[in-house]
Ligand binder design. Sequence first.
Ligand SMILES: [Fe+2]
Ligand SMILES: [Fe+2]
Length: 164
Amino acid sequence: MLSNTLLTALNDQIKHELYSAYFYLSMSAYCDAHHMPGAASWLKVQAQEEQAHALKFFAYIQERGAAVTLQAIDQPPTTFGSLLEIFEQVQKHEAFVTSLINGLYELALKENDYPTQIMLQWFISEQVEEENTSAQIVDMLRMVGPQGQALFMADAQLGRRAQG
Ligand SMILES: [Fe+2]
Ligand SMILES: [Fe+2]
């Protein structure tokens, strides 16, 4: 059985994943309104991935015979800076989510909850990928610099990410 501490932490993580989706969707809306359709599309796919993460925790709690409790999701920021600044924020947010996942894992270890440790291993690997992807985009945008033509190409490149 899931302990109450772990159940609370897993329910909290649903909120964090949904906030991530909200955050990226808000960035997507901003990019769309500021003539960056490629980044808008990339961020919308990213938001869908975060929703899928929330649903993984949702299903896991239920599979363990416990109850999901949904919480209020904070309003995300609505204005963002340059394309580089946006992806720096993505990178920073993913590092924060990694710290949350690591915290959950530490809790599952402390409570000797083996199934939760196994479930979280998928998220630990996923966070490696998320941090790596956002770091690569930040590197690319730093290399591109602020010139319009190069940014136009970088935005088009981001737009090639397939729908999730
Ligand atoms: Fe996530
Ligand atoms: Fe993520």
